[in-house]
Design a protein around this ligand. Structure first.
Ligand SMILES: [Zn+2]
Length: 261
């Protein structure tokens, strides 16, 4: 081989190697960021959600974003009225979607609040809590996601603090789907989301958004003040599967946090 041919051959080999490397790196990035290409750490983390995809822009430009800090000095007293919970027992389906464990709920369960009705679609969990109270996060937060006939969302937030084991939660936790994409129908289990609510259902109310991409706004939030308890082991069992899945608190901007007078 003359020297010129050798240089050309090297260039070709280098070129091929570079392309193979590019493909390999792209594949690794895709795998590590999970499906939908967003997550809670690094490049795919909450600080960058708004840049990841055109559809996620609201995560960056929105002014009524969730979660928030429920700061006692910001509470505005109001006549809120009770939330009526009309939840039926179901045999739930549990899904690990890579971002949380979600319990899909059959049709026919709803809340009524100030003459509005919203149907329960699913509930899921975050560790630690996403909304905070006076700057402090709880150990876990459950979000019960409801929709009305116009497609508007209402989310009821329930905090969990470390304490006694929670027997209702244990019915679900015994069968936690451990792998992203895994779905389980919990046959033999009859469970009502009503049993995963604190006795005292007083709440704060504010407008916000989804706490995950695409961070859509116009979500009615109702966060129950009284936390439930779950054991350290129960909280750790969820965190071990999902990891930290709490978006940091967002600016309140020109919003009011309403609280019962
Ligand atoms: Zn949530």
């Amino acid at each position: 081989m003359n020297p010129l041919m050798k240089v050309t051959a090297n260039r070709i080999i280098l070129g091929v190697t570079a392309s193979v490397l590019t493909i390999a790196v792209a594949t690794v990035l895709e795998a590590s960021s999970g499906h939908d290409h967003w997550g809670y750490t690094g490049q795919a983390g909450p600080e960058n959600w708004g840049e990841l995809k055109q559809e996620f822009t609201t995560c960056k430009t929105g002014t009524r974003q969730s979660p928030i800090d429920i700061d006692a000095t910001q509470l505005v007293p109001a006549n809120l009225g009770d939330i009526r919970f009309d939840y039926q027992p179901v045999t739930p389906e549990m899904l690990n979607n890579g971002h949380t464990v979600q319990v899909n709920y059959a049709n026919g369960s709803r809340i009524s609040v100030a003459e509005h009705q919203y149907e329960l679609a699913q509930f899921h969990f975050h560790t630690p809590s996403e909304n905070t109270v006076n700057g402090k996060a709880y150990d876990m937060e459950m979000h019960l996601v409801h929709k009305n006939t116009h497609g508007e969302l209402a989310v009821v937030g329930v905090f969990f603090k470390q304490g006694k084991p929670n027997p209702e939660l244990e019915k679900l936790w015994r069968q936690l789907p451990e792998k992203a994409g895994e779905k389980k129908r919990l046959s033999g289990i009859h469970l009502s989301a009503a049993d995963l609510l604190p006795k005292n259902k007083s709440y704060t109310h504010f407008n916000g958004s989804l706490t995950t991409p695409p961070c859509s706004e116009g979500v009615n939030w109702f966060v129950i003040n009284q936390p439930l308890e779950a054991s350290a082991e129960q909280i750790a069992r969820f965190a071990k599967i999902i990891g930290n899945n709490a978006r940091p608190v967002q600016a309140l901007n020109h919003r009011f946090i309403l609280s019962e007078k």
